[in-house]
Design a protein around this ligand. Sequence first.
Ligand SMILES: [Zn+2]
Length: 81
Amino acid sequence: MDEPASLTALARKLLVAESVVRKELEHVRRSLAAKGLELQVSKPVCPRCGEVKLRRITNLSKCPRCKGWIEKPKYRIVAKD
Ligand SMILES: [Zn+2]
C-alpha cells in the first residue's frame, strides 16, 4: 500500500506522537487489524553484519555481533489478505 516509513512518518500518518506509536505499537496493530490492515515492521539490519536477530526492535538497538547501531526499523501499513 505504501512505501516503508520510519516511525516518525508512521506517527504523522496516524496523527499521533511518535512516543505514542512506540508505546502503543501493539494497540495500533490491533486497531489496524480491525480495519483490515496490518502493520509490518522491517527486519533489523546491521550495516556491517546484515540481518540480525533481536528480541525487541526499538529505534536504538545495537547489533549483538559487532555492537554497532542497527538501522532504524521501518514500518509499513498493508492491506491484509
Ligand atoms: Zn553488526
